[in-house]
Design a protein around this ligand. Structure first.
Ligand code: MV4
Length: 450
């Protein structure tokens, strides 16, 4: 087993990983930028190393500084958390070259799954259902026109390097294809330095349902059921739940089997997520694979009863998994509390937290690195806490969430708490009747003026 793990991240996920290290008797090393010197991950780790100034490009993304911090402290593994270097193929390789275990996917795996068209081709080969469309990359506009005609409108043009909805265009009629082709390629080139495109049939009003998997070094994989992540705004998830209110046990069984087949086909090692689009007829299609621990992993932990960070560390150390799949016993909801103003287009609201009252009690979990007096720097993403409630039924989990949101007091910065309060009272949300389109129609009710 590892003796010391360096956590190449910040915020709540750094703290989350440090806590599991402590429970496992593994020493932890925090790294931090100058603006994060007062952050809780720095205080809770056994050791801490400053790796640079505030901009991520000079600190949390600076591979040489992180490797140097690992070597100075004698860490034998690096956990990258999510974001930053978690899906960076070069960083995974550099760790390997320095004989430091990267607790994440191999270079080859990240490369294979990071390119969307290649990931899809691999999944098709594995026998995982994929959305019909082009056979890999589209060569030119002539090819694009032909493929659209053959696929049948509406279609979705997608950038193979894509992420966060960039370089993606829905096209409803042939006369709009040229503009979509040009603008999607232009956007993708600017964002990723690559403008390769592929095409799919457009799935209308899909649900985003993902399956958590864990694979071990023998090539064996298991699944831990699903999370429903359909409530998103501009490709940022706002709330997630497990199980999905749209799920049936037969669909769970099929999607779980497909996810395990996918993971075993590529001999995936570690924790990963297979994302699917599910249409209104409950047909599911492979969308992407994430080769990291995700923000929303706690709801799976809550409904299954395992520690996913611990599982990551165990499989990275070569411990085999039991091989059985896991079904949910509970219902869990996560609300991402961001320092943003939901009444003002979710505009970021960094600054000092003057007052903080954390919710607690039965079935309430709060994963956060903030405290009263903490200043949220403007340099990183705006998520400051994850509020997670767990109960035996969805209705109880919603009621618990309403109660916990009411208890939660944050003064000094604007937060998304009022949004979540309105969401938890929205009739369609309460009915479990939502798709990825939900937020397009959602309007905040104005707060009562005093
Ligand atoms: C789609 C789709 C409909 N049809 N593909 C969005 C992110 C990107 N990685 C894939 N996405 C989508 N792909 C086909 N063929 C709709 C989306 C989509 C979406 C998916 C999941 C969650 C939120 C979304 C919001 C808008 C569009």
């Amino acid at each position: 087993m590892f003796k010391k793990i360096l956590i190449a991240n910040r915020g709540e996920i750094a703290l989350r990983i440090i806590r599991t290290c402590r429970e496992m008797g593994i020493k932890s090393v925090a790294v931090y930028s100058t603006v994060d010197a007062e952050s809780l991950h720095v205080k809770f780790a056994d050791e801490a190393v400053c790796i640079g100034p505030a901009p991520s490009s000079e600190s949390y993304l600076k591979k040489a500084n992180i490797i140097a911090a690992a070597e100075i402290t004698n860490a034998d593994a690096i956990h990258p958390g999510y974001g930053f270097l978690s899906e960076n193929a070069r960083f995974s390789k550099i760790c390997e070259e320095h004989k430091i275990k990267f607790i994440g996917a191999s270079t080859e795996m990240i490369d294979k799954m990071g390119d969307k068209a290649s990931a899809k081709a691999t999944m098709k080969k594995a026998g995982v259902p994929c959305v019909p469309g082009s056979d890999g990359i589209i060569e030119n506009f002539e090819d694009c026109k032909k493929t659209a005609k053959k696929t049948g409108y509406p279609v979705m043009l997608k950038a193979t390097a894509g992420g966060g909805g960039k370089g993606m265009r829905a096209v409803w009629k042939p006369e709009d294809l040229k503009d979509a082709w040009d603008s999607a390629r232009h956007e993708s080139k600017a964002a990723f330095g690559n403008d390769d495109m592929y095409m799919e049939k457009l799935i209308e009003e899909p649900r985003h349902i993902e399956i958590q998997i864990v694979g071990d070094s023998r090539g064996k994989a298991c699944h831990l059921s699903e999370r429903d992540c359909s409530i998103q705004r501009r490709h940022q998830k706002l709330t997630e739940e497990a199980p999905s209110p749209f799920m049936t046990s037969s669909l769970r069984n099929k999607m779980g089997k497909a996810a395990v087949k996918a993971a075993e086909f590529i001999k995936y090692e570690g924790a990963g997520t297979i994302e699917f689009l599910v249409d209104k007829n409950r047909k599911f299609y492979f969308m992407e694979m994430n080769t990291r621990i995700q923000v929303e992993h706690p709801i799976t932990e809550q409904v299954i009863g395992i520690d996913l960070i611990r599982e990551q560390i165990l499989v990275a150390a070569g411990v085999p998994i039991s091989g059985k799949n896991y079904l949910p016993n509970m219902h869990s909801i996560e609300c991402r509390i961001n320092a943003e103003d939901p009444f003002n287009d979710f505009r970021p609201s960094p600054g000092k937290i003057v007052t903080l009252h954390a919710p607690g009690g039965h079935g309430v979990r709060l994963d956060t690195h903030v405290y009263a007096g903490y200043t949220i720097p403007p340099n990183y993403d705006s998520m400051i806490a994850k509020l997670i409630t767990t109960a035996q039924t969805r209705e109880e989990a919603i009621n618990k969430m309403k109660r916990a949101l009411d208890e939660f007091v944050i003064e000094g910065v604007k937060t998304t708490i009022p949004f979540h309060q309105q969401l938890m009272n929205h009739p369609d949300y309460v009915a479990g009747n939502y798709t990825t389109k939900f937020m397009e129609d959602f309007v905040m009710e104005k707060p009562l003026e005093n």
